[in-house]
Design a protein. Structure first.
Length: 277
């Protein structure tokens, strides 16, 4: 597969390229990847993808570029179903792309929606430094004020169907990392990168140490399902010993605000899921 090209020792990477049905980055209709070792192409893979409902219109301009038409993807899987195969093909390789901003943008098109829907930090406490009226309520100097980011990110006046995950949502003006230049979390870009890589890295480490199954207890069923996890048939109550361990867990943020020694985490109602590696 080298095409007669001389090897370049140490030049190892995987090149990736997305095609979209229209101008929206969240409308992928195909993805291809090429594995290169020592500067020589050694393997390749490609998948047709059915774009999300509502964003599946094929723009003639896009079709002229890639030649993929609507009828070719009618029975194709969604990107979420293709992602695991793509991730397995890429592995831990360095990714290369001719138009990296576009290609990475396709992958991350749903990231902001996940940040909105599953707000990592639900609340933040501050102390008022002066008397102020906010939303018709009087706040006195010294009062404790809590900003509930999770509530703001599910505001029905801002987001249509706020309790639904919609990775094609265009208005994702969430409050997950705060708002305004002086109040925006300085680590927001790092957090976005960490979210994207965390699960992939955890699963990769599990494989390396010989783990055959990975278990999680989660509210985010659809997120983990897209990453190969399955809902377990046994959803019975948590074992008493595990329950005792959970009782010793703390959420210091909530406990501090409520002036309690500890707060029992709300985990016992979560869904049990498992992935076989």
């Amino acid at each position: 597969m080298s095409g007669g090209r001389a090897p370049v020792p140490g030049l190892d990477f995987t090149a990736i390229d997305f095609e979209t049905a229209n101008g929206f980055r969240g409308s992928p209709c195909a993805v291809g990847a090429v594995r290169v070792r020592d500067g020589v192409m050694v393997d390749r893979a490609e998948w047709l993808i059915r774009p999300p409902v509502g964003f599946d219109r094929f723009d003639p301009r896009n079709v002229r570029i890639h030649g993929i038409t609507e009828d070719r993807v009618l029975d194709a899987p969604r990107f979420a179903q293709v992602y695991d195969e793509l991730a397995d093909f890429v592995g831990t390789d360095v990714l290369a792309a001719h138009n990296a901003g576009f290609d990475v943008g396709v992958i991350e098109s749903g990231l902001e929606e996940l940040l909105r829907w599953a707000t990592p930090v639900y609340h933040f406490r501050r102390t008022a430094t002066k008397d102020v009226e906010l939303g018709g309520k009087q706040i006195k100097e010294g009062d404790k004020v809590v900003m509930w980011f999770g509530s703001g990110n599910r505001d029905e006046d801002v987001f249509e169907n706020p309790n639904k995950i919609d990775v094609t949502r265009k208005n994702v003006d969430h409050m997950t990392f705060g708002k305004g230049s002086p109040h925006l979390c300085l680590g927001n870009n790092l957090a976005r990168l960490e979210i994207r890589l965390l699960l992939e890295e955890l699963l990769d480490r599990a494989r390396r140490v010989g783990v055959s199954r990975v278990f999680c207890l989660t509210f985010e069923v659809e997120f983990f399902r897209r990453h190969g996890f399955e809902v377990m048939a046994d959803q019975s109550a948590v074992d008493p010993e595990v329950y005792a361990e959970l009782l010793r867990s703390t959420d210091e943020g909530v406990a501090e605000f409520l002036d309690l020694a500890r707060v029992k985490p709300n985990t016992l109602g979560n869904t049990r899921m498992i992935r076989r590696l």
